[in-house]
Design a protein around this ligand. Structure first.
Ligand code: PMP
Length: 283
């Protein structure tokens, strides 16, 4: 495995950053998770845009151009001979003092890791996920905007701990208003009254690239899509439910908080959207 750090490639054992890097000390940095299909990165521009938005929001200047980043991603995939895989893009604040001042950090690290996919087991797509609502709340935008994909994922990790301890691979986080936000690493959709519904971008969610692709696909298929505030009740009484994310793609949810959703099996609209999504990735 060859890992890109600031224009150079290192073997896994030698791909290292300083313990004084504020990415390590304070989670001060941003990242992206991308996916390659047939050797081509899916929705590359959208991920690049979100990375630059995240960096801009935390006043972090990415030390290379977008074009250089795109070239580096493609080069890393090529060098690792990965056509179907996952790419992790990281930009750290760089090494500084033990104080918080980010402007004393001098050398932001741009890191690109291309790897095989660590997916949910295939049968989960056929039987669907059981999830629980976590007591951990999604970060309110007034504290830190959840649309920033920062290197601090403790909020999601705390919810993941709750999910795993309840025997579930995923957990649902509510926002500070008690509305449905998203899962630990995926956005959530439901089908209700034959309409597709998902929380709006101001509901303390990460605005998922996959979420936006699925919304566009559904509209093209003639399905009504509503970006609307949801409560747990909406999920409890939904006909269908699924999660979206770069790694997961589109995965059915068949129960939440021990309540069966719909028939308790992945629904027809979920399956149709997953099929259409797969076609989209092959374009
Ligand atoms: N929400 C969170 C918290 C995430 O970390 C992610 C990405 N793993 C998503 C949603 C899905 O975003 P995307 O479709 O862009 O991968």
């Amino acid at each position: 495995m060859k890992i890109y750090i600031n224009g150079e490639y290192f073997d896994k054992e030698n791909a290292k950053i300083s313990v004084f890097d504020h990415g390590f000390l304070y989670g001060n940095g941003v990242f992206e998770g991308l996916r390659a299909y047939n050797g081509k990165v899916f929705k590359l521009e959208e991920h690049i845009e979100r990375l630059w938005d995240s960096a801009g929001s935390i006043a972090l200047e990415i030390p290379i151009t977008r074009k250089e980043m795109v070239d580096a991603i493609n080069q890393t995939l090529k060098l690792n001979d990965i056509k179907e895989g996952y790419v992790r893009l990281i930009v750290t604040r760089g090494g500084g003092t033990l104080g918080l001042n980010p402007f004393e950090c001098t050398n932001p690290q741009v890191i690109i890791i291309a790897a095989q996919l660590a997916l949910y087991p295939k049968d989960l797509y056929e039987v669907g996920l059981d999830i629980v609502t976590a007591s951990t709340m999604r970060m309110p935008p007034a504290a830190l905007d959840p649309r920033i994909k920062s290197l601090n994922y403790l909020n999601s990790i705390m919810a993941k701990v709750e999910g795993l301890r309840a025997g579930c691979e995923e957990a649902l986080l509510l926002n500070h208003k008690g509305e449905v936000a998203e899962c630990t690493g995926d956005n959530i959709f439901i089908l209700r009254n034959d309409e597709l519904m998902t929380p709006p971008t101001d509901a303390s969610i990460l605005e998922g690239v996959t979420r936006n692709v699925v919304i566009a696909i559904a509209k093209k298929l003639g399905i009504v899509v509503k970006e609307i505030a949801l409560t747990r009740h909406d999920i409890y009484v939904a006909q269908e439910c699924f999660l979206t994310g770069t790694a997961a793609e589109l995965i059915p949810v068949v129960s939440i908080d021990s309540r069966k959703i719909g028939t308790g099996k992945p629904g027809p609209v979920t399956k149709k959207l997953l099929e259409a999504f797969h076609l989209e990735t092959q374009k």
